[in-house]
Design a protein around this ligand. Sequence first.
Ligand code: UT7
Length: 332
Amino acid sequence: MEKIRAAITGVHGWVPDYVLTNEQLEKMVDTTDEWITTRTGIKERRILREKGLGSSDMGAKAVEGLLKKTGIKPEEIDLLICPTVTPDYAFPATANIISYKTGLTNAWSFDINAACSGFIFSLKTAIQFIENGTYKKVIVVGSEKMSMVTDYTDRANCILFGDAAAAILLEPTTEETGIMDSIMRVDGSGLKYLLQKGGGSVKPASRETVDQGEHFMYQEGQAVFKVAVIGMADISVEIMERNNLKSEDIAWLVPHQANLRIIDATARRMGLKKEQVMVNIERYGNTTSATIPLCLWEWESQLKKGDNLILSAFGSGFTWGAIWVKWAYNNK
Ligand code: UT7
């Protein structure tokens, strides 16, 4: 029997119109464009400012665009997975709300919480349903309203994050394309370095959690940087080595966009040139589970069937991983 693989057959992104620049941040906190640019690579980020809109609204826009461009009817979708750490509500799942808003009447859906590794953890989950023949059409949509957990008086964090959503469609193929290999890792001892302290079952929302700013993200940046830079590079090299992929075999590294210095270090360890690396952090900042599909969307027209892509991420948890994708189509 021919092996069935899961192939990415479409990608679409959506970002809010409002642009928050480094120059604007200079007026809000004690920082400079020069500091932000040299330490992170970020110049601006998008913010969903309209009241009453959440991650599902951005996710729905990305899914609507994906369905339109691929010509797939909403009722054909079997499953939708939404990686997010900024859900509309603690429950129900944002995935269900996106499915409802986009008319996916025959799909079931759920969220995955793996922070900045959310997209690759979700992709790894989604492909199981395709590879075992259960489903024919699965959507993964990363959607994050990071501005909701960002303290705009905290200069160490508010410069980093932005809001966005991006979705991919997965379908079966018997060709030598699609998701070829993957490695996923977690280390729960990383909890203390990057988390939202308040609002969960350990520290339910209270006057005190609000006063202490514990509904915002807490990050010990330098500690996270040290493990992220090693973790992302190691796992990207590991997936290359175990598949005998040399640097010249890789068309693109598609890295999580947390910090340009982490991306550059990963690319260096993989022996890649700058031209082989997707980077749009300067325009969107860190959009958590949306970064990788957002890159795929922006680079889609340059991708060719058979191109080897390494998707790689590191995030809160700690969570990290890498996926080898053989691109399945030429520019549509
Ligand atoms: O995506 C999920 C995983 N997250 C990450 O991968 C993020 C990893 N961490 C990072 O990207 C970096 O650690 C940051 C960009 C967050 C910070 O960069 P850094 O080079 O590690 O700076 P630092 O935290 O060591 O701070 C250096 C100095 C400090 O001042 P002192 O103590 O040396 O006087 C900070 O107070 O820079 C100061 N600083 C700032 N200065 C101007 C911190 N934030 C700012 C700022 N503007 N925005």
